[in-house]
Design a protein around this ligand. Sequence first.
Ligand code: HEM
Length: 397
Amino acid sequence: MTEAAVCPVPHENRAHPLGAPAGFEEAIGNGPVKMIWPNGVEAWVISSYTGVRQVLSDQRFSATREGGPEMRTVGEPILGRPQPGNMNVLDGDEHLRLRRPLSRAFMVKKMNEMRPRIQQIVDDHLDAMERRGAPADLVPALCLPVPSLVIAELLGVSPEHQELFQSTAREMFGKNGSKEVYDAKAAELGEVLVKVAAEKKALGTTDDMIGLMVNETDFDMEEMLMLAIGLLAAGHETTSNFFGLFALTLFERPDQLEILQRDPSRADVMVEELLRYTIGRLGGAGLARKAVEDVEIDGVTIKAGEWATVTFRANLEETLCPNAGELDLERKAVSHLGFGFGPHQCLGANLARAELQILLRSLFTRFPNLRPAIPVTEMDFREDSITYGAAAIPVVW
Ligand code: HEM
């Protein structure tokens, strides 16, 4: 298809809260189409599995976000600002300079060492939930505090600032929030982090990420702060939203929940399938890149200067696995795109995996009769954030 249809990005109004935005499937059809994003910028939407991998890994695309498609309709973008230390928007060596030292801290081996501590944090929260008794809201009881405490420990920041981490993350990923409010939050958090950094510098410690950044890298203070805030925010918003979405997906599929409860030792593979399916089913256009040269993808030429966005719906493509549109927790793990692909592939994937595996196994083993207190379709979802998730998950057991 060479002629591109222009259509709006229908990122809200999902017919089902766990399904694609209304009209999205029809709009993208079988091939690349152009869509106008909420901020008025036009971008190609690439929906094939190979096309998505190409956009995310081809060096003819830049990760810059300046002037690009945005879910925000008001104010300047916050997440994609070209700011020292914002690795998401950098390319090539500039990107690697920031990413490489941190990737050591997120290696599988390191994350495996972290597992007993994650388990302890999860168990403490499940104990508290049991003590308080049903009903409970899974979001404040489990989904939010666990990733929040874990990322704070990994960075080496005291959990007493948890509320500040969470509110800064909300502003960073907020769809309608103002840059001024975010800047004020970031400055407040920055003050905390500067003190922490000075302590680590004096002690020469490298066993947490702030220690590693101040004592083993050439990052300046501004870069270190942005990286730390970015990690705190990413660590909060993504894992917590996705764990909630996994729980809701399983509530709607008791047959799949039974597979998990029959063999929770396979939670590692099941997390991959849940992420593949959940993010694929949500669809919608995400992750933007700018072509710096003409690039041919799926029969269209994306011209230098044009924007390309990818949709995770590609995770449901039959070339990836048979019956890809179905959730199947007995499936072997496949190379899904849930953590992205290419040079910007999720830096925290090993951490997110460890957290999600432990959360999934522990919650449904401890509460075998856990069920939603109201139908999933009647729950409140977060329309205010560029990362989608449930605002509250009322449960009983
Ligand atoms: C279920 C949980 C998560 C999902 C689905 C997820 C997904 C993603 C995706 C799709 C990207 C690629 C963005 C792009 O190509 O533009 C990404 C990048 C990133 N993620 Fe995650 N993420 C998760 C958890 C985390 C956690 C826990 C952290 C850190 C604590 C984290 C830190 C990052 C960072 C720093 C990047 C940027 C990497 C770069 O630009 O090189 N993520 N994530």
